[in-house]
Design a protein around this ligand. Structure first.
Ligand SMILES: Nc1ncnc2c1ncn2[C@@H]1O[C@H](COP(=O)(O)OP(=O)(O)OP(=O)(O)O)[C@@H](O)[C@H]1O
Ligand SMILES: [Mg+2]
Length: 321
């Protein structure tokens, strides 16, 4: 009996990856480090280079410079070993519309040299796991977007990959289907798989990713956990609204000393006071307004989310589901 090779601790490492198309520099030195059994999310606006990064790391195109190891294998010198260890669900579906769901999966089983019996077993298992058993015999052209996405991911899983690249896996899915996809991702990670996920949806990265990197103008401009990224930017504040200008002015005077950078909006009769989101600071603010007998009409607390982070780092708005 042979012992299986010891798996590498790191699923993906990349150093100084570069790629241009003509004179358009798309990746300008990208470093990545993704531990095994984690979800890593790459964020970036349209055209930032997310798909290009996925294509390089999954051996579909070559980098112009830099090096990377995926699942313990060097991308440049051992591309076949990398291919054998990974699965890719591309941004655009690999599903053949004219084939049934089952036939699409069998095709993947053949491509993965699974053999007849093992192939049949794996296909049945995946149809069941992805809720596609009832539709298995229907042509994929009749599937809804969500079913097609599930079939696409099921096809990626036929070969039981250790590292899976998901390029915008939930774009265009309804909220329920998105949650279904998230659960599938969580189950895969619980089974030890590493997920490299690109997304436009920041709540998706917040929900799933252990670490997040933001790609902008060919470089990683920030990297960390969702909480680390949120802490990096100011933006937490309390918004107080008043019935009249007098109220706004007395509130501005009351908090003036305590929160020097409070900003006022006379048209909206609103005052924004920087705030760390803690109950303690909120109580201190309200006490202060009370002391000065200021009547507040309404109050809302705003804590920064990944959207704020993204906007602050790249100056671009991203899609909302
Ligand atoms: N084969 C190619 N030839 C020329 N330019 C390309 C090619 N592939 C990608 N590009 C360019 O590289 C840039 C990055 O593209 P990429 O598809 O990686 O972006 P993305 O971050 O995945 O965007 P999206 O969110 O729209 O999917 C874009 O400006 C794109 O036009
Ligand atoms: Mg893309």
């Amino acid at each position: 009996m042979t012992t299986p090779p010891r798996p590498a601790i790191t699923a993906i490492t990349a150093t100084g990856l570069r790629r241009s198309f003509g004179d358009h520099v798309v990746l300008d030195g990208i470093d990545l480090n993704v531990p095994r059994g984690t979800v890593f999310s790459l964020l970036g606006a349209n055209g930032a280079g997310k798909t290009t990064t996925v294509k390089i790391l999954s051996t579909l195109i070559r980098a112009d410079g830099g090096s990377a190891r995926v699942a313990g294998h060097d991308l440049a010198t051992e591309p076949d070993a990398v291919r054998a260890a990974i699965g890719v669900t591309g941004q655009f579906s690999a599903v053949d519309n004219l084939l049934t769901g089952q036939e699409n999966l069998h095709l993947m089983a053949d491509l993965n040299h699974l053999g007849r019996a093992a192939g049949r077993r794996r296909v049945a298992e995946l149809l069941d796991q992805f809720g596609l058993a009832d539709a298995a015999g229907k042509p994929a052209v009749t599937y809804s977007g969500g079913m097609r996405r599930r079939l696409d991911l099921a096809m990626t899983l036929v070969g039981t990959p250790q590292v899976i690249f998901l390029d915008e896996p939930t774009t265009g899915l309804d909220p329920r289907s998105r949650r279904g996809m998230w659960q599938i991702v969580r189950d895969l990670v619980a089974g030890g798989v590493t997920i490299f996920l690109t997304t436009q949806y920041l709540d998706e990265a917040d929900e799933l990713a252990d670490r997040i990197a933001v790609l902008d103008h060919g470089r990683i401009v920030a990297e960390g956990t969702a909480d680390e990224l949120k802490r990096r930017i100011p933006g937490g504040h309390v918004e107080l609204r008043f019935a009249d200008l007098a109220g706004l002015e007395s509130a501005a005077r009351a908090v003036g000393g305590a929160a020097g950078q409070a900003t006022r909006d006379s048209d909206a009769l609103a005052l924004r006071v920087p705030h760390d989101g803690s109950l303690h600071a909120l109580k201190a603010l309200l006490d202060r307004l009370d002391e000065h007998v200021v009547e507040v009409d309404s109050l809302s607390v705003h804590t920064p989310d990944l959207d704020d982070v993204f906007l602050a780092l790249t100056g671009e708005k991203v899609a909302t589901p």
